[in-house]
Design a protein around this ligand. Structure first.
Ligand code: SF4
Ligand code: SF4
Ligand code: SF4
Length: 584
């Protein structure tokens, strides 16, 4: 690619011809503030925070959309530029509720940081404000349009990455706002509760529906046994909420903090993932042998399940009937574990700590219970757990590591990689291959399904047969794969789909990274590395070799896919209403 040279704040920089001034400044180590900008997702120059002066041009230019030119001379920090940014901020703040003290994003709000950086102590422009009703009808997501600064990062994420288009900008001028068609609740439109818009939002306008208060109440109740289970991805993210480097595996501190908070037991959802693999691999082997309902598609991502139920109901027969790992594990805790310990299951309160906001919706699905006992009682996100730890004044960074409680805390490396794109497929292939051939795998790593590519296609040889598999992450990529299948262009046998780009490590409940961090660091890669390292270091890396699992199947459940397994660990799906709005 042809390169050009320019100077930014008198510093020379050489960069590809099609780069923007913002990218060139980054390369030169010069920080230009942004607000609406989100790398490769929302590059629209709307908020005017990234204004710069370019020699020979009148006025200011938005650096996120201005392409570099040979010999260009750019100034990013003249008094005039800084005053223009300050004025833009003042205007935004004039239509923003001044309730930072009680806002869910206080301390991690890009607007608040910029107001501090630009020393805005008083709002200059005061005028009429429109009051919007807060949408908190859904079990997963709260939309507070009063805090919206119209940056459109959520719209671009929903429309262009997830290819849903549940939200858009409506009305004009002063009345412009982000809404759904007819200003319906997100509960009543095509939203899948993936939560990717929450992670894109720079302010508190979008956030998860918190369940912290319910959990505190149960922790205070001496008659309730409160059990926490934590998803694989949470350990790879939670340290970030306490200033630890991205990609830190903070499992020991997470478990210790949960115990300090007062949870009676802390179990590992990685073990639930091992159960899912046992059931899913068994189901796949059965379908593959009978050539029935192929390809089989994974069902452990509730955002994805809601998507297929709404958008492709005619393909529901392809979904695996397996519940997701935390639902399976909840059902096992309230049946096997309760029986073993002599506890009345109605006295157990299971709290799933998840990287996901769709799981809040999932746990409320009517199907997710056995004999009237709900599998899971509360779902809190990684961020909510961090909040509880801070409320309890626990020194997360320095707390002594602790281990999961036995016997439900013993998991394999296969369970750990569930949290990243390709992990479910890899874990399932490790087990399916040995179930089919009866022979030990020579090579346990399936590199072809790893990595960041949105759609990963691979062929795997099992017992002289070629199995075509595909892994997709992000609902835009899911749509591509399903359309290919529908048009008969492909003949896959096994498909893994995760709603969130990158899989659960990048789920809607994980720590929110600023636009700056997202453009400088590959967050997905670092968090995924933490999980692959856990797998590599595990002594047992195949779900079917988990001794605790074998014991529970032998003593209680019986065969994978058997009668009790079906009752506890499997579920059904049904078409859900889809509204004719958005991208469709
Ligand atoms: S949760 Fe997902 S589907 Fe719903 S509005 Fe946000 S990005 Fe769109
Ligand atoms: S809801 Fe958040 S991301 Fe969406 S436009 Fe408003 S401030 Fe931006
Ligand atoms: S990919 Fe993970 S975090 Fe995202 S919706 Fe699915 S289960 Fe939830």
């Amino acid at each position: 690619m042809e390169k050009v040279k320019l100077t930014i704040d008198n510093k020379e920089v050489e960069i590809e011809k099609n780069a923007t001034v913002l990218q060139a400044a980054k390369k030169a180590g010069i920080d230009i503030p942004t607000l609406c900008y989100l790398k490769e997702i929302n590059e629209v120059g709307d908020c005017r925070m990234c204004l710069v002066e370019i020699e020979g041009r009148r006025g200011f230019t938005a650096s996120c959309i201005q392409k570099v030119e040979e010999g260009m001379k750019v100034r990013t920090n003249t008094p005039e530029v800084m005053e223009a940014r300050r004025m833009m901020l003042d205007l935004i703040l004039s239509n923003h509720p001044q309730d930072c003290l009680t806002c869910v994003r206080s301390g991690n709000c890009e607007l608040q940081s910029l107001a501090n950086q630009y020393n805005i102590n008083e709002i200059q422009y005061k005028g009429e404000r429109i009051e919007h009703e807060i949408d908190d009808l859904s079990p997963s997501i709260v939309r507070d349009t009063n805090k919206c600064i119209l940056c459109r990062r959520c719209i671009s994420t929903c429309k262009n990455v997830q290819k849903i288009g549940a939200i858009d900008c409506v009305n004009r001028g002063f009345e412009s706002c982000i809404s759904t068609v007819g200003n319906e609740s997100l509960n009543n439109v095509n939203c899948t509760f993936c939560g990717q818009c929450i992670k894109a939002c720079p302010t508190g306008a979008l956030h998860e529906k918190e369940e912290i208060d319910n959990v505190w109440e149960k922790l205070r109740d001496e008659d309730t046994i409160v059990i926490a289970q934590t998803a694989p991805a949470v350990r790879a993210g939670i340290g970030e909420e306490f200033g630890m480097p991205i990609g830190t595996n903070a499992v020991g501190k997470m478990v210790a903090s949960l115990k300090r908070l007062g949870f009676d037991k802390v179990f590992d959802t990685n073990t639930g993932a091992d159960f899912t693999i046992m059931e899913e691999a068994t189901e796949f082997v059965d379908r593959f042998t009978k050539e029935d309902n192929l390809p089989m598609i994974t069902s452990c991502s509730p955002g994805w399940v809601r998507f297929i139920e709404k958008y492709y109901p005619d393909m529901l027969n392809h979904l695996s009937s397996c519940k997701s790992p935390h639902q399976m594990f909840g059902a096992i805790i309230k049946s096997y574990y309760a029986k073993k310990e002599g506890i009345d299951p109605s006295k157990i309160y299971v709290v799933s700590v998840m990287p996901c906001i769709a799981k809040k919706y999932e746990k409320d699905r009517p199907e997710m219970e056995v004999d009237g006992i709900r599998d899971v009682d509360a779902v809190i996100t990684t961020r909510e757990l961090a909040k509880m730890v801070k409320q309890a004044n626990i020194d997360f960074v320095n707390i002594e590591d602790s281990e999961f409680d036995s016997p439900m805390g013993e998991a394999t490396g296969a369970g750990a990689i569930f949290g990243t794109t390709g992990g479910v497929m890899e874990a399932a292939l490790r087990t399916a291959q040995e179930l089919i051939t009866g022979k030990e795998l020579e090579k346990i790593d399936f590199e072809s399904v790893r990595g960041e590519k949105g759609i990963k296609r691979a062929e795997v040889e099992i017992a002289g047969k070629t199995i075509k598999v595909v892994v997709a992450h992000g609902l835009g990529n899911a749509r591509t794969v399903l359309d290919e299948m529908k048009e008969g262009k492909v003949d896959y046998q096994f498909v893994e789909i995760m709603a969130c780009p990158g899989g659960c490590i990048m789920g809607g409940g994980q720590p929110i990274k600023s636009s700056k961090t997202r453009s400088e660091v590959d967050v997905r890669k670092l968090r995924a590395k933490a999980l692959y390292t856990i797998d590599e270091k595990s002594t047992i890396r195949k779900s079917h070799e988990n001794p605790m699992l074998k014991k529970i199947y032998k003593d209680y459940i019986g065969e994978p896919g058997g009668e009790l397994a079906e009752k506890l660990l499997h579920t059904t799906y049904s078409a859900k209403p889809k509204y004719d709005i958005g991208n469709e």
